[in-house]
Design a protein around this ligand. Structure first.
Ligand SMILES: *Cc1c(COP(=O)(O)O)cnc(C)c1O
Length: 371
């Protein structure tokens, strides 16, 4: 049996009738950009997350860029980001001309280590971007308290965690702005690129709406330099179908994660740590292996797909080299990039597939501890 990391075709087949009707409906409507499906999805996301405004955009990366621009972040400003996340979190900061300032992550959760944030705040710091990494909410109470004290904006990178909750609130709705990604592999993924910015602030929402369409409110009369970054109607129609299933899918992800952790802990493996007061939606199920390369190869030989998220901490990425950081500066991020491996976890993973992954991982764990 070959087991993929994710099976979007199986998911499509489970919702095929509903999905085909939604996509064909858009083709028949003749409306493809900023039409009724985008408006409806924005409203549905507002209701789902409990926010006032949602702005459909072309990608999660654009959502971060537009959030920074809406907050007035630009050249000469500093933005604090975790040293360990997907590159776009720092890439967006660089793209608006600002400087990402890294902070190491917590060794148990790999979330931004808020205890290290205050010491790196300067007069130039404008914003913090906590990332709800792998589907687990960051320490929002502590981060919001620091932001309030230093008058900083908080932009939640919620690309991996739609549906997760922090003390009863949906992630993305807690800071000044939340950024969503609808990249196909995300918990709520389209069949192409897509993203969204959410906020309770009328002014930030208005700026984001302008920035996604050339900086204009009135067509052809730009008031600022914007972008062309819009979620399209086909993706919005697809996402509206999937949003109805999101809670069930996230529930199933959590159930599989619980079973994995129960089984793999017994083999002496280091499984994900859930911090208190929050719901982890397991966008990715990451296990720490000291001999990761060897484990990955053995699982591949057994037909089981795995993936490394992420093989490089951000301070060592080429576009960040000019910041002058070096190996050893963020030790937890560096160690994580060398040891974490994602195992197959998706709502459609069958019990037989789950069992097989566990059997193969157990063989490897036993061989490794015996050698
Ligand atoms: C996927 C992702 C993004 C970027 O989203 P895209 O839609 O691919 O541009 C940003 N941050 C994190 C943490 C992500 O996982």
């Amino acid at each position: 049996m070959s087991i993929p990391l994710l099976d979007l075709v199986a998911q499509y087949h489970a919702i095929k009738d509903e999905m085909d009707a939604a996509v064909l409906g858009v083709l028949e409507s003749g409306k493809f950009i900023l039409g009724p499906n985008v408006t409806a999805l924005e409203k549905e996301i507002c209701e789902y997350l409990g926010v006032k405004h949602a702005v459909g955009l072309a990608s999660g990366t654009d959502a971060l860029i537009i959030a920074l621009r809406a907050a007035g972040v630009g050249a000469g400003d500093e933005v604090i980001v975790p040293a360990y996340t997907f590159f776009a979190t720092a890439g967006a900061v660089l793209n608006v001309g600002a400087t990402p300032v890294f902070v190491d992550v917590h060794p148990d959760t790999y979330l931004m280590d808020f205890t290290q944030v205050e010491s790196i705040i300067t007069a130039r710091t404008k914003a913090l971007i906590p990332v709800h990494l792998y589907g687990q909410p960051a320490d929002m109470d502590e981060i919001l308290a620091i932001a309030k004290k230093h008058n900083l904006k908080v932009i939640e990178d919620n690309a991996q965690a739609i549906g997760s909750e922090y003390k009863g609130k949906k992630t993305g709705s807690i800071g000044d702005m939340g950024c969503l990604s609808f990249f196909p592999s995300k918990n709520l993924g389209g069949y192409g690129d897509g993203g969204m910015l959410v906020t309770n602030d009328d002014g930030l929402a208005e700026k984001a709406r302008m920035l996604r369409a050339h900086g204009w409110k009135k067509k052809y009369f730009p008031e600022m330099l914007g972008y062309n970054s819009r979620l399209d109607e086909i993706q919005a129609a697809i996402l509206r179908v999937k949003l109805k299933h999101l809670d069930d899918w996230n529930h199933r992800r959590r159930e599989i994660a619980r079973q994995y952790s129960h089984t793999l802990k017994a083999f002496g493996l280091e499984t994900p740590v859930e911090a208190p007061g929050r719901t982890h939606v397991y966008h990715l199920y990451m296990v720490r292996f000291s001999r990761r390369g060897e484990v990955q190869k053995k699982l591949k030989d057994a037909g089981i797909a795995t993936e490394v998220y992420y093989p490089q901490p951000l301070h060592l990425a080429d576009p960040c080299k000019a910041l002058g950081k070096k190996e050893g500066d963020y030790p937890v991020a560096e160690k994580a990039s060398l040891s974490l491996l994602a195992l197959p976890l998706y709502p459609e993973l069958s019990n037989a597939q789950f069992e097989e992954v566990c059997v193969e991982v157990e063989k490897i764990a036993r061989a490794t501890s015996a050698s």
